[in-house]
Design a protein around this ligand. Structure first.
Ligand code: UD1
Length: 341
């Protein structure tokens, strides 16, 4: 059988790089496209060190339709996994047009190229953010999405989901898997790749990492008066390696079953900010300086995945724990300090 060749847009980024490793290890041929805005070229060497294979790399921005067409002409891909995009919520509020241009405009260019070059399978990096505020914090794929979204970033994810559905309606050969991620954390067990953004961190774990590395003084816990067991917000944190494996499962499923498939990728269990702080200090053996601050605008008290559909249809569930994620994060930090990651 011909080896499947997968293009990963945003493949040097946090989730993309971990997925590249899992796919290479599962026997796929992987090529990576990235504009390196929020990732580093050295990630390719790290993927090579882990897997023994250095994926072919295209430094291309999805907004550059001409360069993108060349990639497709050369690549002859069987499927695309589309990670590339901007993801800083607060920045998206300040610069909405940039978010629509990059995330939505970039995806349209990508889909046009896919159509032109007859590539009919795509897995898309969506987010639990598309659910917005719901009556229950346990999000199920059948819930209505797109209402009450807190940011332009969230709306770009929702719009892309709709664009993918419309593209599938217009072309019966086009097959789509939409993966709604919950909160990815952790790093590869080798410690060679992990979350290492170029931009200012906004999410909980990258901030904790900065504090552990002595680059930030303390964690501000955004609110301790929510209606949750300890008053801090609860989220469904998922180890990035489990998340990466979910992509391999979605790729396998892409050619079977429904034309459009949507899956939550989460553990199904909520963890509070205080519990995250405790887990990190227990693993590192050092206290993590923190204090309670005001609530952050737009934060929801709690949300987590109903993960039953992915478990049933993809035969996928999370296997790694929060404490595994903390251990792997610390290992990555240590390797980075020593110039190994
Ligand atoms: C955020 C985005 C979401 C996006 C996701 C991944 C918002 C409102 N939502 O999710 O759209 O898909 O990131 O990029 O920004 N926290 C602190 N102190 C900090 C940082 C975070 O207490 O310094 C808390 C937050 O209040 C939250 C939890 O940690 O309860 C997780 O925050 P974060 O990592 O930013 O993820 P989300 O807010 O869930």
């Amino acid at each position: 059988m011909k080896k499947e060749k997968i293009l990963l847009t945003g493949g040097t980024g946090y989730i993309g790089s971990h997925t590249a490793v899992e796919l290479i290890e599962a026997g796929y041929e992987v090529e990576i496209l990235d504009n390196l805005l929020n990732s580093k070229i050295i990630v390719l060497d790290k993927i090579a060190e882990i897997t023994g294979v250095r994926p072919k790399f295209y430094e291309v921005d999805l907004r550059d339709a001409e360069a993108l067409a060349k990639v497709f002409a050369e690549g002859k891909f069987t499927s695309v996994i589309h990670f590339a995009g901007l993801k800083a919520v607060a920045e998206s509020v300040e610069k909405p047009l940039m978010y629509y241009e990059v995330n939505v405009g970039g995806t349209i260019n990508l889909l046009e190229c896919m159509q032109e070059y007859g590539v009919n399978q795509i897995v898309f990096s969506s987010s639990a953010t598309v659910y917005g505020e719901q009556e229950s914090p346990k999000y199920v794929e059948t819930m209505r999405v797109g209402g009450n979204l807190a940011s332009p970033y969230g709306r770009t994810k929702y719009m892309i989901e709709e664009i993918l559905k419309d593209t599938a309606t217009a072309n019966p050969d086009f097959r789509v898997a939409i993966l709604r991620y919950f909160n990815p954390i952790g790093a590869h067990t080798s410690g060679l790749i992990g979350e290492d953004p170029n931009d200012k961190p906004n999410n909980l774990m990258p901030i904790i990492m900065k504090i552990a590395a002595g680059e930030l003084p303390e964690l501000m816990i955004y609110g301790n008066d929510y209606d949750t067991p300890d008053g801090s917000c609860r989220r469904d944190y998922i180890h990035v390696v489990d998340l990466a494996k979910g992509h391999a499962k979605a790729l396998e499923k892409l050619s079977q079953g429904k034309q459009i498939q949507i899956y939550n990728l989460g553990s199904g269990n909520p963890t509070s900010v205080f519990e995250m702080v405790k887990a990190f200090s227990e693993t590192s053996g050092k206290p993590l300086p923190h204090k309670v601050a005001d609530r952050r605008a737009g934060d929801l008290a709690e949300f987590y995945a109903d993960s039953a559909k992915a478990e049933k249809e993809l035969n996928w569930r999370t296997e790694l724990t929060i404490s595994d994620a903390m251990r792997d994060t610390l290992n990555f930090l240590e390797k980075r300090k020593n110039g190994r990651a």
